[in-house]
Design a protein around this ligand. Structure first.
Ligand code: NI
Length: 173
């Protein structure tokens, strides 16, 4: 397995709509395993393939707490087939917007279909943190970031802070 470089906003690749996967093969499983290792190392609880520059509809997630055993989820071609009317709000962050956080309201539960790591079709209901994480990662497949759900004022503040961080880092390099 290998650690992959994570791309950061405002990289234009993060705006790309990812393409459906035709076949879950060994190459795709290698990508998913590398994504999972990259996510754990970051550390983070979700990662979409486009965040490592691969425009495929592939997501890895693990919302297990630190004191719980790892519980990785591999989602290929995920679709939301049902969602609650009621919203839940979580403070979200993103490995592509390091150090930035904002409250985002989304449906409190969603039911999804997807192909798993073996390519088998699955249907699952996600609630709580997992529901938020699934929706956040599925947004990445459409080129949408969590900051696209908040006010333009807050979004611009976050993007300005990221640019400033990046300038300071490149001065340091
Ligand atoms: Ni993200």
């Amino acid at each position: 397995m290998a650690l992959l470089p994570i791309i950061h906003a405002p990289d234009p690749r993060l705006k790309v709509k990812s393409a459906r996967v035709d076949t879950v093969d060994d190459g795709l499983r290698r990508l998913m395993d590398d994504m999972l290792e990259t996510m754990y190392a970051a550390p983070g609880i979700g990662l979409a393939a486009i965040q490592v520059g691969v425009p495929k509809r592939v997501i890895v997630i693990d919302v297990a707490r630190e004191d719980e055993p790892r519980a990785p989820l591999f989602l290929v071609n995920p679709e939301i087939v049902a969602a609650s009317d009621e919203d839940a709000t979580y403070e979200e962050g993103c490995l592509s917007l390091p150090g930035q956080f904002a409250d985002v309201a989304r449906p409190a539960w969603v039911e999804i279909t997807y192909l798993d790591r073996a390519g088998a079709p699955r249907r699952q209901r996600a609630e709580g943190l997992l529901a938020t994480c699934v929706q956040h990662e599925m947004d990445h497949l459409e080129g949408i970031l969590f900051v696209d759900h908040i006010s333009a004022l807050k979004r611009n503040m976050i993007l300005r802070r990221l640019l400033k961080q990046r300038r300071q880092q490149s001065v340091g390099d």
